[in-house]
Design a binder for this molecule. Sequence first.
Ligand code: HEM
Length: 413
Amino acid sequence: MPDDALFAAVMDPANRADPYPLYARLRERPVARQRDGSYVVSTHAAIRTLIFDPRLSSEDLPPFKRPPTGNPIRDWIINPIRSRIATAHRPLIFRDPPDHDTLRAAVMREFTIPRVQGLRPRVVREVDALLDKCHGRDRLCLVEDLSYPLPVSVICELLGVPVTDEPRFQSWATQLATALEPDARGDVESRRRTVAAFDAISDYMRNLIREKRTRPADDMLSGLAAPGPGGAKRMSDFDLISTAILLLVAGHETTVNLITNAMLTLLRHPQELERLRADPERAPRVIEEVLRYEPPVHFRTRKALGAITLAGETIPKGAPVILLFAAANRDPARFETPDRFDPDRPDIEHFGFGGGLHFCVGAPLARLEAEIALVALSRRLVAPRLVRDPPPYRTGASLRGPEQLAIDIGGID
Ligand code: HEM
């Protein structure tokens, strides 16, 4: 395969179960131009350099155009205004400084470590309850039994979104997450569905925020919606809605893959599962190594604001840039035996949560949930065994993880 077609092969679902040989080839040129004019950055050193470079912009989504409806008032007046507002008020993951920093600071004020740590007993109870429901069964379907419902109920509780409404926005959240997949961005039908999902979830959030302003509770949405010092608004209503949507979608679409990838990896390394069962204190190391070895987010895209020269290649102004975190995580120049799963490696400086300005704000929450889930799974499943290896994968190449993970469990304690 030619070098400039390697990223197209990464996007091909046929390579979803094992993209790592493609990543190894991409790393041969740390900044690799692809046929479509994009540049893939795949070594640890190159990503480390670029992640702090202000010439790389996160404002790389295409404009938010709504398709014609046939109703002239809607097509010529209402929808163009709504589209402009939606484009200008993208969530912080798609924004650059200074707006990014203001929005992020507002989120960080609410997403505090004590608030996340305070969820521990609640997460323990939820994991136990989800596993109790599986009593009497021989087989666990990990995604639907635990990996999906756990983060969803936790993010709903944290934000103050009634979990009973979740079935309404589940498909919207999944559709909006496709904004991270380059091929879905170019596909007209997928973009139409994304706009429709955005409109529906925005209406839902607008109503919920109104309610939080009238009857504030001890949750993140109430905090974000409350006035700041001196009664000033912390952020515009449009920014508030897009921030709330981002947190809800991130809570739905990422941790599910961390828990599932972790269990898949442990079942492929039964001695590590056994060691975790014997010593639950190992859970944080196991999770960090999963974030390096099988991360839930494989890459993020950027746009070059100016020409950037790195590793003998010049990325021209305006070019799309792909930061291939999952390839950097297995860079032999940075890690010894990078293709080995080894929670005891002395340093695990991974890009599982990205890095630089956009480093994941949900990292402490994701770590907490995964730790509690893995400890419970390692303790309670009597004789777990994978039913199918590799399992079927979801379509996403960036948000990558199994669609389902069937495990024969030999009973549950
Ligand atoms: C950003 C991964 C869970 C909220 C990021 C980025 C990565 C990432 C790689 C960097 C994006 C970039 O550089 O463009 C993950 C993984 C998770 C996870 C692997 C689970 C295992 C969560 C959760 C939340 C969350 C649970 C919140 C509820 C965010 C937000 C950003 C972000 C708001 C944007 C930060 C910014 O732009 O400054 N995440 N995430 N994430 N994550 Fe997470």
